[in-house]
Design a protein around this ligand. Structure first.
Ligand code: NAD
Length: 438
């Protein structure tokens, strides 16, 4: 029960700051993605402030006290700056070092965070006085860098996906257990207040029995060279689906196309069949004119649409459905009746998901608690991606999701489901969140 309640605590973590916009978020991206494309670098919210103001902030951070956890960030490309910003602002964390192989990225750190140590090699950062490290390097490097960090005795948060293979994930999990350190998969969307609300709706049966789920994550870019679009974008959707349904997919079949770079799929459709028989589809693309981040959950009582790019209406709940009328011996018995009810928009108190994720990592590192997105969930996401790759290579033939420790992972998911259902009872009693009809 301990971590169940920790899961619910994510709704309103102590000390979490809001971004001043209770409806949505300043840049329209729930997990802090900047709008920009192409270089993807240095375009985060950190750019605007003058270096002088930054150095004041660094001085403040240094005054935070001896009990602050010393954090190092490895990788300061496109995503790293968002992590650096958060760890330099969170009370109880002291950003002490950043490593990146590129001198221009270290210059970026020097200008904005003059008090922070800079290293070219991650192994040098690991020898510095840091308690916890966050890894935001390209996916193919995650295993090697995380392995070094765990061997150095650090608490580790690895960007999604945890590793490039199940074998690598198992290796890291074994190491973390042997060292007694926290290993967390950075599944940022699980810390998104709208996703938490959606989980509570599903787990408390507000939507009824789930028929199917449809997920789409589309945009123009950012193209990757070493991984296909599934490994880049689908970890978000897979982690959300596993959390929503609190079970693992049994099989995955996937189709896709390499439109721009030969051999690197830039559009893919994944069909997941869960153990309970529920179907889910994930559509991911780097080659779409519209930015879409949408999950539709169809239940037998209600249907919900989570639209991540909407600023003020992240979730709409449709009281719609189809019902069989009572059986008669007339023609009517072949008819279905359609139910059209209210559309409601739950109030969601907005907090930056990445901030919540970073705070949760620090909390787990400090207390030894198991993270909401622990390494076994990282492993599950990687197992689904491996199966999806296999199916893609096999012309779409369904591939089994092969997951060692399946029972342990499933038990953990059940714990989380119970916690979220508890939270639903609490939150609906307190604030009746699903009532704003229009
Ligand atoms: N949570 C999210 O929403 C989200 C969003 C974007 C990216 N990501 C993840 O973040 C990670 C990084 O993605 P990115 O787009 O920033 O990549 P990137 O290529 O833009 O940046 C990676 C940086 O890591 C540096 N690097 C590589 N190996 C290193 C090493 N051994 N030591 C030190 N520095 C090293 C590179 O020089 C580069 O600057 C990926 O795992 C990606 O999936 C997560």
């Amino acid at each position: 029960m301990d971590r169940l309640l920790k899961g619910t605590a994510l709704v309103k973590p102590k000390g979490a700051a809001t971004n001043g916009n209770s409806n949505g978020h300043s840049n329209g991206h729930s997990n802090g993605h900047p709008n920009g494309h192409s270089n993807g670098h240095a375009n985060g919210a950190t750019n605007g402030a003058a270096p002088e103001r930054r150095s004041n902030r660094d001085r403040r951070a240094r005054r935070r006290g001896a009990d602050a956890l010393k954090v190092g960030v490895i990788g300061c490309g496109y995503w790293g700056p968002h992590l650096i910003r958060n760890f330099s602002e969170i009370p109880g964390a002291e950003l002490v070092a950043v490593a990146d192989q590129r001198p221009d990225r270290l210059d970026y750190v020097r200008v904005r965070h003059p008090g922070v140590k800079r290293f070219t090699h991650h192994s040098d950062l690991l020898e510095a006085d840091v308690d916890a490290v966050v890894i935001a390097t390209p996916i193919h490097t995650h295993h090697a860098v995380a392995r070094d960090a765990l061997l150095a005795g650090k608490h580790v948060m690895v960007e999604k996906p945890l590793t490039s293979s199940v074998e690598q994930a198992l290796d890291l999990i074994g190491l973390a257990e042997a060292r007694g350190t926290v290993l967390m998969a950075a599944h940022t969307f699980l810390y998104n207040p709208a996703v938490r609300e959606l989980c509570r709706m599903v787990h408390s049966k507000h939507l009824g029995r789930i028929h199917y789920i449809d997920s789409a994550r589309l945009n123009l870019g950012l193209f990757q060279r070493r991984v296909n679009v599934m490994w880049d974008l689908a970890p978000h959707d897979i982690s959300i689906l596993i959390q929503l349904l609190a079970e693992l997919p049994a099989t995955v079949s996937s189709h896709g196309a390499s439109c721009v770079q030969p051999g690197v799929h830039d559009v893919a459709y994944l069909n997941l069949e869960f153990e309970s028989g529920i179907l889910a589809q994930i559509h991911v693309s780097w080659l779409d004119p519209a930015k879409v981040r949408r999950i539709t959950v169809v239940g037998d009582k209600r249907m919900a649409v989570y639209n991540d790019v909407s600023l003020g209406e992240k979730i709409r709940v449709y009281d719609k459905g189809v019902e069989h009328p009572p059986v008669t011996d007339s023609f009517g018995e072949f008819q279905l009746s359609y139910r059209y009810g209210d559309v409601t928009i739950p109030y969601i108190e907005w907090q930056e998901p990445l901030r919540l994720e970073c705070e949760h990592f620090l909390h787990c590192a400090r207390t030894g608690e198991r993270p909401l997105s622990d390494a076994t969930q990282g492993l599950a996401v990687v197992a689904v991606l491996e199966a999806a790759d296999k199916s893609l290579a096999d012309g779409g033939k369904p591939a089994a999701v092969v997951l060692p420790w399946q029972q342990a992972v499933t038990a953990r998911l059940r714990e989380i489901r119970l916690a979220a259902a508890d939270a639903a009872v609490i939150s609906s009693a307190a604030s009746a969140p699903v009532t704003a009809a229009f």
